[in-house]
Design a protein around this ligand. Structure first.
Ligand code: SF4
Length: 262
């Protein structure tokens, strides 16, 4: 029987696509972003940890696509009122392509709005398998430059851009999600590259800057792993506004009508 490895389910999620959503988090990821706030998502197998009170916690539960649909159905009335639906996130959901495709298919055929939140680091076959059942892709753009990308997150950038090109070719909708982490992406050429992507890929409807935060810090301690961002401090509100201004300026210089995109 087809099953997927899930490490969490979030009901009433507000930041994983339009409206109120149920987010299903698939376990396992080929990337190793140092700023990852879900370190329990990275390994593909089930793992044990201890919470801050010393109680055992297990990350990882096998579920069937039918069980995923039943979970998603519980909040159908909220989706209808808010324009929401179900989002598959991770980890990297496309790393469990067969399970993801079947779960997306069931949700789509049940009339639910389906988002997939992906790093874009996936085979063309995996993207093709899920594409017919996905209304919106939330695609991460993590770093500019092949060398920096591979150094920072452990995989090359070109497959991510291939995924974006494939989504453009197939007329799929994309929201580009861009982590901004001190010392990693906070440089002018990265913002220019985001604006250039918006110009080059009309499938990008919206850009989200995902600023570094420390909400996942305790999980590294739970898992007894070193937190790679232990020395980093989140940006201030003024700094965040300055990054948005910089992106808007770059977009304006490239002739992008941002009012239609954000
Ligand atoms: S792609 Fe996402 S889940 Fe994977 S390591 Fe990066 S931040 Fe974590």
């Amino acid at each position: 029987m087809l099953k997927g490895m899930i490490f969490d389910v979030a009901r009433a999620a507000m930041d994983d696509g339009p409206g109120v959503r149920t987010t299903i988090f698939l376990k396992g990821c080929p990337l190793r972003c140092p700023w990852c706030h879900n370190p329990e998502s990275q390994r593909f197998s089930r793992e044990s940890a201890r919470d801050k009170y010393g109680k055992p916690v297990v990350y990882g539960q096998e579920l069937t696509p039918q069980e995923i649909l039943a979970i998603a159905e519980r909040d159908r009335s909220f989706y209808r009122l808010s324009g929401g639906g179900v989002t598959f996130s991770g980890g990297e959901p496309l790393a469990q392509a067969a399970f993801l495709a079947e779960s997306c298919r069931l949700c789509h055929e049940a009339g639910l709005h389906v988002c997939v939140d992906t790093s874009g680091f996936a085979s063309e076959e995996a993207v093709h398998a899920v594409m017919p059942y996905v209304d919106l892709f939330l695609l991460d753009y993590k770093q500019t430059g092949e060398e920096r990308h591979e150094r920072d997150v452990g995989v090359p950038l070109s497959p991510v851009l291939d995924t974006l090109a494939l989504l453009r070719r197939e007329g799929k909708r994309v929201w580009l999600r861009c982590p901004i982490v001190p010392g990693y992406q906070d440089r002018p050429e990265h913002f220019r590259a985001i604006a250039a992507l918006e110009r080059e890929y009309p499938c990008i409807e919206r850009v989200e800057l995902m600023f570094f935060h420390t909400l996942g810090r305790h999980k590294y301690a739970q898992l007894r792993r070193r937190d790679p961002t232990a020395d980093l401090t989140p940006f201030t509100e003024e700094e965040k506004e300055a990054f948005w201004r910089r992106l808007n300026d770059d977009e304006a210089q490239m002739g992008i009508d941002i009012s239609e995109r954000i």
